[in-house]
Ligand binder design. Sequence first.
Ligand code: G3H
Ligand code: 13P
Ligand code: ZN
Length: 316
Amino acid sequence: MIVTTAQLFKHAYGKYAVGAYNINNAEQAMGLFKGCIQSKAPFIIQISKGARKYTDKRMLEAIIRAAGVIFPEAIYAVHLDHGDEETCYECIDSGFFSSVMIDASHDPFDQNVAITKRVVAKAHAKGISVEAELGMLGGVEEDIKVEDGNACLTDPDEAKTFVEQTGCDCLAAAIGTSHGAFKFKGKQSLHFDVLQKIKDRLPHFPLVMHGSSSVPKDEVDRINSAGGTIKDSMGVDPNEYLPAAKLGVTKVNIDTDGRLVWTRVHREYFRDKPGDFDFRPPGKIFIEEYAKFIASRNQFLGSAGQLDDLRTSLTK
Ligand code: G3H
Ligand code: 13P
Ligand code: ZN
């Protein structure tokens, strides 16, 4: 069942965070639905502009619709990740997305407010939730690269003004993470101080944490033992997901970790079977491994085991 992110956040707020997982193909869709059903967790499917272009946006939509039929007990939102204004309107009009993200965080504050307000008006008219972003994460997102020095944490006072002026349903706040596999040099921790200040100014308002992959060391080591050369990677400690959730983070974005699972499975498979060329055996292993990974993240997020209670609360 497709629901809005606002419906998911109402149930999760202050108790747990909902995992928002980026997908691009059928194998990821199967692993994601399987892992969430196994762990009895609601979830958010994230679709980036790059994912929509990878095969064809209609292909990805069809894959997700099919997964919804295969797993009828699943409860999830379908969300546009890092949208520009034009793509938001396309997704709002598609009749398929239940949530969009307008990312005008690279624009000056007033312009970010103006663009976000326009998207909120169109989305809310159709019952669709809107995520906006304030502050800048480091790393690479879509076709934009933010150098480390240009990344800046969200200002808590600005966050309050921004939410009041735009009417967005949730806010992506920059609290020290970045996209990709190289998030921290040295000490690894979220800025809980900033999070606490935002919560003080915006009590009960859902926050989003981008760049939340944990970049597991054992995963990277296995990739490197099978021919990879990923150096100096570091992610978010997954033990910090739940403390962040208690401070209002209700959506935790994870993409890179899924790519690492894919890379590990395929590198190891073809290293061990250099004569093979059928992609289905490693594809099947990937689906199972990705499902296991998703279920484990849902445990850290506290979303595991929430599905039945959420279902009951939605029918009240
Ligand atoms: O924040 C960006 C996400 O990880 C999506 O990545 O644009 O390469 O699909 P992508
Ligand atoms: P990661 O690169 O940490 O997986 O973050 C993904 C993300 O924030 C998607 O919007
Ligand atoms: Zn992101």
